[in-house]
Design a protein around this ligand. Structure first.
Ligand SMILES: CC(C)(COP(=O)(O)OP(=O)(O)OC[C@H]1O[C@@H](n2cnc3c(N)ncnc32)[C@H](O)[C@@H]1OP(=O)(O)O)[C@@H](O)C(=O)NCCC(=O)NCCS
Length: 149
């Protein structure tokens, strides 16, 4: 049976629920302590994707600076990838940014991260810069999304 997926604001309690499987089932690029700080920051906003049986299957978050938001991360649970969850999270994040009257969204992605680059381009992000060797020996692609008012 297809599961219904809801998008909700992420709480510290949600982070506690995925704490022990954060690295194994999601990704290892951000740890619990950094995420906790992010959730406590007044300039940050995080959302989760949650199934109707309460499984947290992805999250993403922004940090707002004046009229731009930086996407700090977007992660989908490994067993749920390539099923449109990333797309759902990103589109919800864009709606939140519109509601906050922001003008643009920015992010940086490893040039080797093809699924992420594909997803960002699919929702309308454009490459605006390159950071040489930003990820050790790999370049970072800077992407931006203009919010239409
Ligand atoms: C990036 C990430 C969030 C995408 O989440 P997701 O739920 O799998 O995303 P979606 O299913 O909505 O979209 C993924 C797209 O990438 C495509 N894709 C998958 N592997 C690919 C590859 N090797 N090359 C190109 N495209 C690829 C999928 O086909 C899909 O596109 P489609 O909808 O046109 O078919 C997920 O892969 C993830 O959590 N990665 C680890 C964390 C990470 O790298 N985050 C980004 C940091 S900048």
């Amino acid at each position: 049976m297809l599961k219904k997926i809801d998008i909700q604001e992420m709480s510290l309690n949600d982070l506690e629920k995925i704490k022990d499987i954060l690295i194994s089932d999601f990704d290892d690029f951000w740890n619990y302590n950094i995420l906790k700080e992010e959730l406590e920051s007044p300039n940050s906003k995080y959302i989760i994707a949650k199934t109707n049986d309460s499984e947290i299957i992805g999250f993403t978050g922004i940090k707002v600076l004046v009229d731009n938001a930086d996407i700090m991360n977007i992660v989908v649970k490994k067993s749920w990838r390539n099923q449109g969850v990333g797309n759902l999270l990103l589109n919800n994040l864009i709606s939140i940014c519109k509601d906050l009257n922001l003008l643009s969204l920015s992010l940086e992605v490893n040039e080797d991260n093809l699924p992420a680059i594909h997803l960002y381009e699919k929702v309308g992000f454009k490459q605006v810069g390159l950071r040489k060797n930003y990820y050790q020996d790999k370049n970072g692609i800077v992407m931006s999304y203009k919010i239409m008012t």
